[in-house]
Design a protein around this ligand. Structure first.
Ligand code: AMP
Length: 191
């Protein structure tokens, strides 16, 4: 198995690159943001709970997020690996992921961070907001809040995996193909 965390601030290109990586390396893409949007679209109790946080650019509570992630992993046991996109976003989520994979005699093999500066992120997200239909991409103050939350709650996840010798950073600026080539080079070494 190859278990990869695609990491980086909102708008760093995780979703775009994850979609390309799953095709090339035959992995299962798990995006907690996509799972929440699916639940919101179906007006489920989970979706309704998540919505109040997501629309403000805040994190959905760990207990809710970890439970949803566990369900998704456990309902897809026979895969050759997972790409986690947008998860883990806190230290408790990181600990929960490590424990979940350890139960299956497995582990996170690599966390790859897409490095992109704040101003570039804000302009990318405002641009994406014109077509994504996502309320959290429309308002610059919500976008700035998501970046602040990333710095305070999510950035420590990099250090958490760095101390395990698993975290690397790659340049997240450039064409989609260039960034994909940089990522593929790293993932090929794991496969
Ligand atoms: P994303 O599509 O990854 O940008 O996620 C959109 C929003 O969903 C985030 O701003 C959070 O409100 C929520 N969300 C997604 N993943 C997580 C997570 N791992 N923990 C908490 N909230 C999350």
């Amino acid at each position: 198995m190859v278990n990869l965390i695609l990491f980086g601030p909102p708008g760093s290109g995780k979703g775009t690159q994850a979609k390309k990586l799953v095709e090339k390396f035959d992995l299962l893409h798990i995006s907690t943001g996509d799972l929440f949007r699916y639940e919101m679209g179906n007006n489920t109790p989970l979706g309704l709970e998540a919505k109040s946080y997501i629309e403000k650019g805040e994190l959905v509570p760990d207990s809710v997020t970890i439970g949803m992630l566990r369900n998704k992993v456990e309902s897809n046991p026979n895969v050759s690996g997972y790409i986690f996109d947008g998860f883990p976003r806190t230290i408790p989520q990181s600990e929960a992921l490590d424990a979940l994979l350890a139960e299956k005699q497995n582990t996170v093999h690599r966390l790859i961070m897409l490095d992109v500066q704040d101003d570039e992120i804000v302009s990318r997200l405002l641009e994406r907001g014109k077509t994504s239909g996502r309320k959290d991409d429309l308002d610059e103050s919500i976008i700035r809040n998501r970046i602040d939350v990333y710095k305070s709650e999510t950035a420590p996840v990099f250090a958490f995996y760095d101390t395990q010798g698993k975290a690397i950073k790659i340049n997240g600026v450039g064409s989609i193909e260039d960034i994909f080539n940089r990522l593929s080079e790293e993932v090929s070494q794991l496969a």
